[in-house]
Design a protein around this ligand. Structure first.
Ligand code: PMP
Length: 358
């Protein structure tokens, strides 16, 4: 029997792996530290906005996400035409690749970085060009600029980087941008922007204002806690933003997501308080791990990275037995989301036990 013909480009593309859900031992608490989610309930007013929107889900949502777009435009001081929304920032990232890179074109990104980059690149038929992180787990921006060829169409800079948490600073990023040809799109993926405390790490929106080939990717999934509603956005110049509107799945962002995102933007004081709490926990977790003898790269995100090599899966299994599910990258390391204090404490105890048994 013959089967339908599928595109050869899909052969061998890994499917996206979600973080494992927590596995509770009898009667014990279990926490999911494997997807960089926000542990808190919705910000004030957000559940009400989403519930109100739920009353009309027999209707299609606003295709243009106009209220959200207007709110974002005011918030960031950019023209509404420069904003494009999508189904999570991964949806917008896929639109960015589709808009720039076809068969044989090249997409450059650091590796290891966000696991969707190779998937969305290959779905487009483009060629992934992976540039290894440096010894400090940071983007090697010089090597990334060296990797640019005639075929390069897009470069992702994940800042801070998932899964290592490291961030590139202004001077290095500007040197890099100076070297990239102005007809190559540079996407600054700032999914974790709200957690950055290092003043040397530039806000991508400032760079977008100065450079027409820079586009910034943001999400409501992390700090804002709307991961399940799927809404993200890009800020970029024409014609990039216009191309994103063409490649968007029509009606992809639900009205629930749009209204919840608007309410979240309007709840900024509560957001900042929560982010400050998570940042304080991040410092506590990173310092405690370092105190136990682990090497912890400086993290600007809501997670920490431990390069454990061959011990990665054993460490993840030990954490799971202790009630916390982390994200292992077998043979490389684990990414651990910073969450509520109780979960972080369980993680720290598990890491300490593991260390002592080495
Ligand atoms: N970019 C980075 C760097 C991420 O880590 C993630 C989430 N894992 C995303 C984009 C996508 O998030 P979302 O689609 O939920 O906005």
């Amino acid at each position: 029997m013959t089967t339908p013909k599928l595109r050869a480009e899909l052969d061998g593309i890994p499917t996206y792996k979600p973080g494992r859900p927590p596995v509770a031992e009898e009667g014990a608490p279990a926490f999911k530290l494997s997807s960089n989610e926000n542990p808190y309930p919705p910000l004030p007013g957000v559940l009400e906005a989403a519930t109100a929107a739920a009353h009309s889900f027999n209707r299609y949502p606003d295709l243009a996400c106009s209220v959200l777009t207007e709110e974002l435009a005011n918030r960031f001081g950019v023209p509404a035409e420069h904003i494009a929304t999508g189904t999570g920032s991964v949806g917008v990232a896929q639109q960015l690749v589709q808009s720039t890179a076809g068969a044989g074109d090249e997409v450059i990104y650091a590796w290891r970085s966000f696991e969707a980059y190779p998937i969305i690149t290959r779905i487009s038929g483009a060629v992934p060009v992976q540039v290894p992180l440096d010894a400090e787990e940071r983007h090697d921006l010089e090597a990334m600029a060296d990797a640019v060829t005639e075929r390069t169409r897009l470069i992702f800079v994940c800042n801070p980087n998932n899964p290592t948490g490291t961030a590139v600073r202004r001077a290095a990023l500007e040197r890099f941008l100076d070297r990239v040809p102005s007809d190559v799109l540079v996407v600054l993926d700032e999914a974790y922007r709200e957690f950055i405390t290092d003043p040397e790490v530039p806000d991508g929106i400032g760079l977008y204002r100065e450079r027409p080939n820079v586009c910034v990717l943001r999400t409501f999934s992390k700090a804002y806690g709307l991961a399940g509603l799927r809404v993200g956005f890009a800020i970029g110049r024409e014609p990039v933003a216009a191309a994103l509107r063409k490649t968007a799945v029509p009606f992809g962002v639900s009205q629930l997501a749009q209204d919840a995102a608007v309410a979240s933007l309007r709840a900024e004081p509560a957001l900042l308080e929560r982010v400050a709490g998570l940042v304080a926990e991040r410092r506590r977790v990173a310092e405690a791990l370092a105190g136990q003898g682990w090497t912890v790269p400086d993290t600007q995100a809501n997670f920490v990275w431990l390069r454990l090599g061959e011990r990665t899966t054993d460490f993840a299994a030990a954490c799971e037995r202790a009630g916390v599910t982390v994200r292992p990258f077998p043979g490389e390391g684990v990414r651990i989301t910073v969450a509520e204090t109780e979960a972080n404490d369980l993680l720290l105890r598990s890491a300490e036990r593991f260390r002592k048994e080495l």
